[in-house]
Design a protein around this ligand. Structure first.
Ligand code: NDP
Length: 391
């Protein structure tokens, strides 16, 4: 029988909800690529309910316990004596969401001698040391596509809110004010701007598609070029590298995974090559940007704004400088955890567990590491420290 250790974010401060703002979720038949939504045999939750916090349990308890498995759910994941650390040594499976990541470091993986499977209930498995997972033959899987469109919507919202100076204008209303000049002296139209994405995978491409109707000029860079038909349909300009693309752009959105190739990419030097007054939107991973270089660029005016929802570490400490830097539009890490997304990644997590417990193969698109190497989606989009050294 398996022990499943699930790390989830805390319940709402006022308790687990007893009612919701809406009664149902819209029906989505497939993802834009044609990939099907998760197909577990069954689910034990109501779509649209809060599943990602401790009491929501990703809807897994009845399913696991009815088969004799053990489910431990906690939000206590950091510090030397966390419940996560105490429960880890005999866990077979660890589940966590990138919003509240259980950092599976090499040290923790070494201590978790029974660990066979790490599931990311979401997308982005950089909180797992993939080299250590490879070394210890731990399978790493994520629910590919479950929240890509959720994030793309958040990116578009953040681009508009930054360029149009929405948040300070909203604050004016909250403060009882009406100084129009204060609100508009940093407000522009997105129309006509050059917008570029670093990576045009599921999220990056969805952002480009959503920005097309705003009559923007669209740019991208990626390790693999998009089909010519897509470039033509969206009028895309391809740049072989991020460095080539940045000087052309008024707005840059980062949609690449965090791995050795992208870690620390946006430092003083690269940001210095952007147009003065460009906007940088990062909903990918915080460590793709140098924390203090972002602050310096906002203070000097090199960047007109920075927005995103990814931080390091998570949760971000109260004194994290991104909370107080000028002209930012940060949220906690929420873009991929809408109630809509939660129902998809809870179902996907169940699908992964059903396959694994039955000894059946998982969908390749869910695999990041398997049988001691990058596999499936991981082999396409990630690199290891070893690749980086050799590359
Ligand atoms: P995809 O795998 O579909 O896309 C990632 C893209 O990044 C791929 O096209 C890949 O290239 C490209 N890429 C990888 N390395 C580089 C590089 N060095 N330079 C340029 N492009 C690169 O993933 P998604 O679009 O679904 O998600 C992207 C990331 O967004 C996730 O890894 C995660 O970190 C983050 N995310 C954030 C969420 C949030 O809540 N804020 C939720 C979901 C995801 P190729 O495959 O062509 O080699």
């Amino acid at each position: 029988m398996a022990k499943v250790l699930c790390v989830l974010y805390d319940d709402p401060i006022n308790g687990y909800p007893t009612s919701y703002a809406r009664d149902d979720l819209p029906r989505i038949d497939q993802y834009p690529s044609g990939q099907s939504l998760p197909t577990p045999h069954d689910v034990d939750f109501a779509p649209g309910h809060l599943l990602g916090s401790v009491s929501g349990e990703l809807g897994l308890r009845r399913f696991l316990e009815s088969q004799g498995h053990t489910l431990v759910v906690t939000s206590d994941k950091d510090g030397a004596d966390s419940e996560f650390d105490r429960e880890l040594p005999d866990a077979d499976v660890v589940i966590s969401q990138p919003f509240w990541p259980a950092y599976l470091t090499a040290e923790r993986i070494a201590k978790a001698s029974k660990l066979k499977l790490a599931i990311t209930a979401g997308i982005g498995s950089d909180h797992v040391d993939l080299d250590a997972a490879i070394e210890h033959n731990v399978t790493v899987a994520e629910v590919t596509y479950c929240n890509s469109i959720s994030v793309a919507e958040h990116v578009v919202m953040m681009i508009l809110s930054q360029v149009r100076n929405y948040l300070p204008s909203y604050q004016t209303v909250l403060d009882g004010g009406w100084n129009i000049a204060d609100c508009v002296s940093r407000s522009y139209d997105v129309e006509g701007m050059h917008v570029g994405t670093v990576a045009a995978g599921r999220i990056g491409l969805a952002v480009l598609r959503r920005l097309k109707p705003f009559d923007t000029h669209l740019h991208y860079t990626d390790r693999h070029r998009l089909p010519q038909a897509v470039e033509e349909e969206l009028g895309l300009t391809f740049h072989p590298t991020t460095a080539d693309m940045l000087p052309a752009c008024d707005v840059v959105t980062i949609n690449a995974p965090l791995h050795p190739e992208t870690k620390g990419m946006f430092g003083d030097e690269l940001i210095g090559t952007m147009k003065r007054g460009a906007y940088l939107i990062n909903t990918a991973r915080a460590k793709i940007c140098d924390r203090d270089a972002v602050v310096r660029a906002l203070e000097s005016g090199q960047l007109a704004g920075y927005a995103g929802d990814v931080w390091y570490p998570q949760p971000a400490p109260a004194d994290h400088p991104w909370r107080t830097m000028p002209h930012h539009g940060m949220t906690p890490h929420i873009s991929g955890s809408s109630l809509s997304a939660q129902s998809r990644y809870a179902a996907g997590t169940r699908e992964i567990l059903e396959s694994w417990l039955a000894g059946a193969p998982m969908r390749p698109e869910y695999l990041i590491v398997h049988e001691g190497k990058l596999a499936g989606a991981g082999a396409h989009s990630y690199s290891t420290a070893k690749d980086h050294k050799n590359g």
